[in-house]
Design a protein around this ligand. Structure first.
Ligand SMILES: Cc1ncc(COP(=O)(O)O)c(C=O)c1O
Length: 288
């Protein structure tokens, strides 16, 4: 059990895994990634994550070296070697090994790294009581500068935001876009519930197309909860009946306070509860 890594197919204990210091992932942050988790030991929606990984890499002009079946086989071997009950999975694809220059023609790649470690679920209290979030002063990258739809290892925008949030004891930090509209969390998407209707910012707000976000929108339809993708302003957060965030690792986590002010009653709400239940049922079905 523990942390194991596969570097271009070589599986080793995590602490022994090595990538060249000349790798563009290291020298330029020239890389894309995905975060997955397992349910009942099986990677959850590997297909959707690989589709997004390919799309991210394509935006940067490189591509994974093989098809989904090979990813699935290699990841399966890595998970088997690690033997964790449930694993957190990070897939990193870099452009490859270069010479610390913008001479992309000299880069030998790509480099594919997969790391698995024991999955640590968020405390159940987060779901029972809700989490504290804050709104960062730093704005989400403008899509015309570095499009948040590209899930890249260039995470400094997120790190600046998270550091602000952590300094205030927040479990997640929300970012606004350049126009001051609600964009997304530093590692999550955001939903607001008002009058029984769920709203999440559109992709055009300049956000990552979250796999959990998409699933929650689909589950809302199944549950008969009206859901839409529409611009959200900060005022919508503070006048909401419920706010929750979504991500692979957090599923759907209710928000108790924003910038120290309680969301509505300060308790998780009924719409969130139904969605979380439906999400967990979905993951159980996946696990069978
Ligand atoms: C910036 C950002 N937005 C949203 C998400 C949620 O995406 P997903 O539901 O695919 O995990 C993440 C996940 O890490 C993220 O980093």
């Amino acid at each position: 059990m523990g942390v194991f890594a596969s570097v271009n197919g070589n599986v080793v204990p995590g602490a022994e895994a090595r990538v060249s210091v000349l790798d563009n992932g290291f020298t330029f942050g020239d890389a894309v990634y995905e975060t997955l988790r397992t349910y009942a030991g099986r990677p959850f929606h590997l297909d959707r994550h690989l589709e997004r990984l390919r799309a991210s890499a394509a935006r940067l002009g490189f591509a994974p070296p093989f098809g989904d079946e090979v990813f699935a086989r290699r990841l399966g071997e890595l998970l088997a070697r690690a033997g964790n009950e449930e694993s957190y999975i990070r897939i990193i694809l870099t452009r490859g090994e270069g010479d610390i220059s913008y001479r992309f023609d000299r880069v030998k790649g790509p480099t594919l790294v997969m790391v698995v470690k024991p999955f640590e679920p968020p405390p159940e209290r987060d779901y029972a009581e809700g989490i504290a979030v804050v709104i960062a002063s730093v704005r989400r990258n403008h899509p015309r500068a570095l499009d948040p739809a590209i899930k890249s290892n260039n995470l400094l925008n997120n790190i600046l935001a998270v550091r602000e949030g952590q300094a205030q004891g927040a479990a997640e930090t929300l970012l606004l876009n350049d126009l001051g509209e609600v964009a997304e969390g530093a590692s999550s998407n955001v939903f607001v519930v008002k009058g029984g209707r769920a709203t999440t910012p559109p992709l055009a707000a300049g956000i990552l197309s979250g796999i959990t976000r998409r699933l929650v929108l689909d589950l809302c339809r199944e549950l008969g909860v009206p859901a839409r993708e529409e611009t959200l302003l900060v005022a919508d957060l503070f006048t909401a009946d419920e706010v929750f965030i979504t991500s692979t690792t957090k599923e759907a986590a209710p928000v108790r306070t924003i910038d120290g002010k309680p969301v509505a009653s300060g308790r998780p709400g009924p719409v969130h509860r139904r969605i979380l239940q439906a999400y967990r049922e979905y993951t159980r079905r996946h696990a069978r």
